[in-house]
Design a protein around this ligand. Structure first.
Ligand code: SF4
Ligand code: MSK
Length: 644
């Protein structure tokens, strides 16, 4: 059995992994080990069960069948499987966006009294993007009109998604030229399913190009709507200090963990946890208070807007329960392991599902409704408070690890922070890159995966980038991983940043790693890139920028959609473990090579995070050269920079 130190880089997680072993409780790493060896056909993407003539599988050694029963080539099969991952990822993100648009409409029309449109500035800005005449209209009616317009983009059949108009003109022209401009969010996802049905599209390039179109409909559509409308509904984040890791759980308080993705319920739960009646009840049961903490991307939503602590990232969801200190874990959608119910059964922890889209057999379901949000939030917290009496004190084991961080960065506040109160601009950022003080920027995002040591790849990659004067922007579980290492504090620049990056962090007072939110908030990175282009001096398109992206520990289909919309937006994007496409040389070559000639971005696969960081740095340097930028002020060639 692998040692805890081999499974996770994080000491708090190691302690809980050991506890699971001691108590004979199966957790994700045990299930991963039991699954070995994993299916090679699946890994290569060469099995197909799209129709009932199959399942079919291609013999990777060239001795057995080389086509499916219908005659589909390995390239078709691999491409179809790949874009179906995009369809699912884009659907998940975009459905999240749809729910937020729906919540905005309910709030603006007075049907959901517990929500108020807090981000009025962004409301006006977004109304402009959607061509809404705001003259003489109040906040509520603008919000309602905007919500309706956004919602209509899901089923839109023709035209272009409004947010794509914020991409550089050159980028929009590329999308139009190659039929990649998303017409409607749902439409492109449905079309993936149609094209990949038996006997439809079997030109792998055509299949993949449409996959990118659907992914762009996610990044510049569904996800962007989720992010921007959340800012309108719940308020735009501002830099905020918080804490992270299992040590945020409290020994003498009722611990409530909110886990999943959507902020609609968790935002109200944040208020309900301060309710006097519930606090009094907690005291009655002998607890000193109610401690609300987040997990995964719900954590990021609460962290960004309220500074609530994050108990950890994807691979820590079972570990939080293993502390024996969690009274209640409420979940909404996405990245919630089905195993949670069996781990919760080993402790007093109550698991509560809240979304009609995500139920667990035998688990209490309290359905969330925007119209009664606060009431439902209180009902759920009350269950947690009442469960405090069932806590077995002898089984409580909270690791002491806890770190401070600064989160809450957005496209908008980046302008203000960098430009100052009187100069709302990204100019200092562009100038720093142009002058060579800063080498470039990188987005490091994505999940955890037991196929690589938990958190290690995120941390190792980000440290390598910082050392080489690359400013890092993060979201999702990746941000939490680096926060646990202390990289999301301004002070960390002194220890980890190269000289140029350190000077900038010191001058502006920002961390060298900027946390911009949850998975859907990767759309913030798209808008930051578009804004940097618009600021001038660094080319005419996102693909001209000295920038790169990575998902070193990815696991979800959402990560595939995110990677694809970054590539489709012109970004060189490195995945840790490869996409399941290696079974087709042509598809692999297309995604990691030829695609660059079309969209300016491409995928690369590299499991060694330091090597991957150096590939990103080599790409950044290549772009600097193409732009004829000044030599780096504090030139440091990453040892044996790998060719991008
Ligand atoms: Fe086999 Fe073709 Fe059916 Fe896929 S679509 S299962 S390759 S026959
Ligand atoms: S939660 S998609 S494990 S980042 Fe957004 Fe984390 Fe990946 Fe889920």
């Amino acid at each position: 059995m692998a040692k805890a130190e081999e499974r996770s880089y994080d000491p708090a997680s190691q302690k809980m992994i050991n506890k699971a072993q001691d108590e004979n409780i199966d957790i994700v790493w045990d299930r991963y080990d039991a699954m070995q060896p994993q299916c090679g056909f699946g890994e290569l993407g060469i099995c197909c069960k799209i129709c009932n003539m199959g399942p079919c599988r291609i013999d990777p050694f060239g001795e057995g069948p080389q086509t499916g029963i219908c005659g589909a080539s390995v390239d078709t099969i691999v491409a179809r499987n790949f874009v179906r991952m995009i369809a699912s990822g884009a659907a998940a993100h975009s459905d999240h966006g749809r729910d937020i648009a729906h919540a905005l409409i309910l709030a603006a029309s007075g049907q959901a009294h517990d929500y108020h449109l807090k981000g009025t500035q962004k409301l006006k800005k977004t109304a402009q993007v959607y061509g809404i005449d705001i003259a003489g209209k109040d906040t509520q009616s603008i919000g309602q009109e905007l919500g309706d317009k956004c919602l209509s983009e899901f089923g839109q059949q023709h035209g272009e998604l409004k947010y794509t108009s914020l991409a550089p003109a050159k980028r929009q022209a590329i999308w139009r030229k190659f039929s990649m401009m998303p017409r409607g969010i749902d439409r492109e996802i449905v079309e993936i399913m149609h094209r990949t049905h038996i006997g439809v599209d079997n030109d792998y390039k055509n299949v993949i190009n449409h996959g990118l179109r659907a992914a762009l409909g996610d990044g510049w559509g569904g996800s962007m709507i989720a992010t921007e409308l959340s800012d309108i509904l719940f308020g735009a984040p501002e830099p905020i200090r918080a804490t992270v890791n299992l040590g945020v759980l409290k020994e003498n308080q009722v611990n409530i963990v909110v886990h999943g993705h959507e902020p609609t319920l968790s935002d109200v739960v944040a208020d309900a946890a301060k309710d006097k009646e519930l606090l009094d009840l907690a005291k009655k049961y002998g607890a000193e208070g109610i401690n609300l903490v987040g997990m995964c991307c719900t954590a990021n939503e609460l962290l960004m807007r309220h500074g609530f602590p994050s108990a950890g990232n994807f691979l820590q969801q079972e570990l939080a329960i293993l502390t024996g200190s969690v009274e209640l874990m409420m979940v909404d959608v996405q990245c919630i392991m089905p195993a949670l119910s069996s781990v919760a059964n080993c402790f007093h922890t109550k698991l509560v599902t809240t979304s009609p889209k995500c139920k667990f057999p035998g688990v209490e379901h309290i359905e969330f409704k925007e119209e009664k949000a606060f009431q439902i939030a209180k009902q759920i917290i009350r269950l947690g408070v009442e469960n405090y009496k069932n806590r077995v004190k002898e089984r409580v084991d909270i690791p002491p690890e806890i770190k401070g961080l600064v989160a809450g960065f957005t496209t908008e506040n980046a302008f203000r922070i960098l430009g100052g109160k009187y100069r709302f601009t990204l100019r200092p950022l562009n100038d720093a890159i142009i002058s060579g003080r800063l080498r470039g920027a990188a987005g490091v995002v994505g999940c955890n995966n037991p196929n690589i040591k938990h958190d290690w790849a995120h941390v190792a990659m980000v440290k390598e980038l910082l050392k080489n004067d690359v400013l890092v922007v993060q979201t999702g579980c990746s941000a939490i991983a680096c926060a646990k290492e202390g990289l999301l504090t301004p002070e960390s620049a002194l220890e980890y940043a190269g000289e140029g990056l350190r000077e900038i962090c010191e001058a502006v007072g920002i961390p060298p790693v900027l946390h911009v939110g949850s998975c859907v908030d990767n759309s913030r990175i798209l808008l930051i890139l578009a804004s940097v282009v618009a600021e001038g001096g660094l080319g005419e398109d996102i693909s001209d920028l000295p920038a790169a992206g990575a998902a070193p520990e990815w696991m979800s289909e959402k990560a595939v959609s995110i990677g694809s919309y970054f590539v489709g937006s012109g970004v060189y994007t490195v995945f840790g473990t490869p996409l399941p496409v290696l079974g087709s040389k042509k598809v692999t070559d297309y995604l990691t090579g030829e695609l660059e000639n079309i969209v300016g971005g491409k995928f690369a696969f590299e499991q060694d995070p330091v090597k991957a960081a150096r590939m990103m740095i080599a790409h950044i340097d290549k772009k600097r050269q193409a732009l004829k930028l000044a030599p780096l002020m504090y030139a440091r060639a990453p040892e044996a920079a790998t060719k991008a």
